[in-house]
Structure formats: C-alpha cells, structure tokens
Design a protein around this ligand. Sequence first.
Ligand SMILES: [Zn+2]
Length: 364
Amino acid sequence: MPRYVSDDEEPLDDKTAALTLRNKRTERMKRKDATRQQKRDAIVNLTKLPTELILEGLRYLEPSDVFNCSFVNRRFLSLVNANANVIGDAIITRRYHILAQCFPKPKLLDDVEPHLQALLTDPNRQTQLSIHKRPYQHIQPPDAQELCTCLTCILTWNNLGLVLDFAHWQPHLDTGEPIPIIARGTVPEWNTELVARNARIARRAVENSLWYARILEAHLDSTRRSISRHGKNKGNKRIHVAMTEADAESGTDSFLAKHGPPSIEFPYQRDEYYMLEAYLPNRWWKKVEGRWVYNIAGHHERDLELVQRLASRDQFALLNHAMACIDHDNWMTDVLDFKTYMVASKRDASTSRRPRLKYYAAVV
Ligand SMILES: [Zn+2]
C-alpha cells in the first residue's frame, strides 16, 4: 500500500517483505517438518475413516458410547443424528432384542388413521380414561395430542417413564440411601423436573431408535444392578434371575431369555423399587415349550378396533382384565386376556324398575 507522508512529498512505495530464509538450518527444519507431517498422515484415526466405516463401527457400541462419539466434532454429531434410526435399530437387534419386546414404544397419534385420531382425542373419552392415566408421582401421563392413547399405548408409555425413573434411583438403591418420600398433596420441584425430563427422553425415543436404545441400555443396567443386589441379600429367599458374571458384563440382554420370575405387577410407586428385581413385562413363560412368549404384538391394533366399535354405541363399558395362571412351582405359565363388553339393556326405562344409566363403570 502506498503511504502518504504529506501532500508535497512523493508517495512512498513500501517494499517490505519477508526475507527468504535460505540456509542449511532452515532447509533441515523444513525436511524434518515434512517427515513429521508424513508420519502424521500415515496414522489412521477415526476422523479420517470414510462415513460407511464409521457407521459400521458405531453399530457395535453401546448407545451411550455412540452419543459420546457424537460429541467429538460437528461431523460426528451430524453423522450420528442423520443415521440415528439405522444405528439404533442395529444396536437393539444386537443387544436388546428381549427388552425391546418387553418395552415396545407407544405409537404416534399421526400414525393412526385420521377418523380414529378424532375418537382417541375426544374429551369424553379422555375423561373416561382417567383411571388408566391417573397421575403417578413418578411418571408423566402421555400427551393425547401427540401419542396414541389406546390402552396399550398408555401402558407402553408408562413403562418407558418407569424405566427412566427406576434408572435414576439406582445409586440410592445400590448404597441403601432411602428414596425421598413425597408427602401427600405436595409437589416438590425436583420431582416435577425429573418426571418432565423423563417424559422428554421417552417422547424423543418414540421417533428415534438411538434414544430408544439408550433407554433399553439404562434398563439393562438397572436390571443387572438389581439382580446382583438381591442376589447378595441372603435374607431374601425369593427365586432370583440367574446371572453369571459373564452375563452381567456382556452388555446384551440374552441372559434374560432364561427362566425367571414373571413381572405381573406394574410398580405403581417408588416404594416398590426396593424389592423390584427384573421388571420385564409383556411376556409369560410357556412351560411346555420352555421359553418366554411375548404377548403385546397386535394389541395396539386391537385396541383401536375397540375404540372404533365402542364409539358407535351410546352406552357401554368394557372390562379389560388379564388373569395369570400360576403353577405349583410358583411360575406363571399362562396369561388369559379378558375383554368383556357391557351394553346397556334395551328395556324401556318406563317399564323397568331400574333407571337407565348413563355409563357403566369399568372395574379394571
Ligand atoms: Zn395405540
């Protein structure tokens, strides 16, 4: 750039430039740098791998490690986000085949046919459902505007929330520190935040396989820790789930295919966590075949059919109950599902001594 000293003087032409260094020492340093760079380039590291290979590798990790990998740099983050479903599905098939059948995801409302969406979100129906959607202290109810609220989907949603809450209290259960008791009628902020956070994770998992896999990973960890806690408790004479050290370290749920106690009861409150060993709902042991049978497939479709059928009736009640058959060795061998429709009598109110009722109450 020409510089002007004053108006009278000629502009100065600035010719300063870096001197070319050329001596033996600089030449030697340049050569050294070049060799160093060559060595650096020869080292294969993860970030230099092509995308396909990275993706292939991520399938073998645990979901939490995949999330950790995604924090390495922007490229990894966008790679993991863009392929979350593919990676998540592969990990679930490889590691959480059993847990995925015990804890299926609720369906999205958008995936339900439009005329059924209107029936599901009908305010009257939502009021009637309150028996199933009662606000638990440890689980946030599903959002009826986003998720299917057929009975099956409410139960599967509740199970995801439960898994996350149970995982949160594992350190307390391991160390014997009591889980804080919430006094009746009080709503502590920490609890509101915890259940809201769990609901956010579960909601994300509904559409994202990697997040879903992460929840299953958390439950495998809780199950492993619970089994080993109860195994050490000599006073507890219940039959425990058989778990070897290799099983515990395997990072997969395959050992849960072994014979074990059934999970019939949903843990309605945190008090039940102390005795909860392996909560693996939606399956029963078929003694004759010596294997677990997973029984929730098709329930969402069947419930939607019911919603549709029942909506065309004025007065109805539905009894929905399951009976577990327990054999002499105290193993559940069968589960019988009963759905009983109660339709109001067609008798005219004037000729009947009993007044016509608006609804029957379903005792579940
Ligand atoms: Zn559903």
